[in-house]
Design a binder for this molecule. Sequence first.
Ligand code: ATP
Ligand code: MG
Length: 560
Amino acid sequence: MLNKDQFADNHFIRTIIEEDLKSGKHEAIQTRFPPEPNGYLHIGHAKSICLNFGLAYVYDGQCNLRFDDTNPEKENQEYVDSIKEDVRWLGFEWSGEPRYASDYFDQLFDYAIGLIKESKAYVDDLTPEEMREYRGTLTEPGKNSPYRDRSVEENLDLFYKMRDGAFPDGSKTLRLKIDMASGNINMRDPVIYRIRRAHHHNTGDKWCIYPMYDYTHALSDAIENITHSLCTLEFESHRPLYDWVVENTPVTGKPRQYEFSRLELLYSITSKRKLNQLVSEGHVSGWDDPRMPTISGMRRRGYTPEGLRLFAKRVGISKSENIVDMSVLEGAVREELENSAPRMMAVLNPLKVTLTNYDAARAESRTAPYHPNREEMGSRELPISSTLYIEADDFSENPPKGFKRLTPGGEVRLRHSYVMKCDEVVKDADGNIVELKCSLDYDTLGKNPEGRKVKGVIHWLSAEHAVPVTVRLYDRLFTVERPDAVRGEDGEYLPFTDFLNPESVKEITAYAEPAAKNLPAESRWQFERLGYFVTDRKDHRPEQPVFNRTVTLKDSWQPK
Ligand code: ATP
Ligand code: MG
């Protein structure tokens, strides 16, 4: 459930909106989230979604979902569908139907005709290389194209012919006539149309010319009456062009663009192109691989919408660098799961324990609550029997100082159950510990043992009742903070794929309580003392459980 306190507060965009509402400049706000459907959404998009939909929610406005689909070669329906699913999963609903920049292609074409008629746009024949030469540099002005002074009639004729397929791909462009000497390179006669014979996921083969991003984006915002168009800082220098387009076309909407800093997540990557590379080169199993920082990957990993929204609130909105450690994301997810996930016990690396004094008539199976402070979650019975499994590393033959768990001759509390003493260690021919022989103190159920203190508490299972489960132990995908910013000896960037963590996933067979049987997919649990786990969205079967480790209980991550 959304509530108004869940969103980043007191940031500069909120201040602007509050002033605009107070002064009566706008009666209500209208924002939009404008993804390009050329990949799955990632954690950076989650920040932008929480901002745009969150503001609309907080100020009782509306937020559109608009696909910015002007690059037909890279875009497709699978991406459109995944984006819709991800936005909804994060807890948001867009206003009306999803929109597409391509819905406006006819209008955009008409506006271009209008610009040509006002001598504000011209058809150019420069090749891409020539155009680059003419563009100038940051310190030198550009030069006018020799085609800049074509007559309105000639431009109209050529532009219609461009649309009608008279020219080969890339041979001509439509450019705005602004100022080749502008200090802002974006204002040096930007291209607004190019010829590209490509099938479009929405408009099919209707068009062989496609409008460029800046032109399309500004006009789409204006057409939709967006009041506050929020984008990341790299578009700051595009703002004069955005304003120019809005001012020089007969649109009624007067959107304003505001920029905030991009989220960068350490030990991760937030670029669709690079994420695409991970998928296409097979470094991960797909866009929704639980190690991916995509929304669908994080979902499969067991992150919750509430956890991601909490993270977005914590990273906040500003214009200063927004480089955030992975531990902040994991911390938000953990904090939210602490409250929402029921508990059960599971043993990942079992060591067999035989209870030598087990007496079925005396040993009581106890019930334990699913959550220590949420009674409404109910409770389950924890069966006990003569053979138990405990975690192998909860026993130490030569315990280091401070070790509080089981040792030869030592005692430990079985979670929710009796105090147990280790009487004998059984080894195989190679000296490996294969079994412990232990005894229960029957006088310790729900109370401290007489005359001594037992400090350690360990999790355990009744072997006879334990359910075998597949567990995937996920870890971070990269071993360094900034995998795409490491330089080699020659000063060149090394491929980010050099820093993939070879141990980012390990699949094991483990055991869990009977409660692990017959769970639906995406059921989230805390395995006591181990971490948070979720039944896999794809591979889990109620009778054959598959759990993904979402995050460990404590932040103990160390670079390997
Ligand atoms: P990428 O580089 O991953 O392809 P993009 O900006 O090209 O990102 P779009 O689909 O155009 O991807 O993004 C849709 C919206 O999400 C834009 O408004 C963009 O500014 C925002 N966005 C994308 N990445 C981030 C990020 N890392 N942090 C915050 N907002 C982001
Ligand atoms: Mg983009």
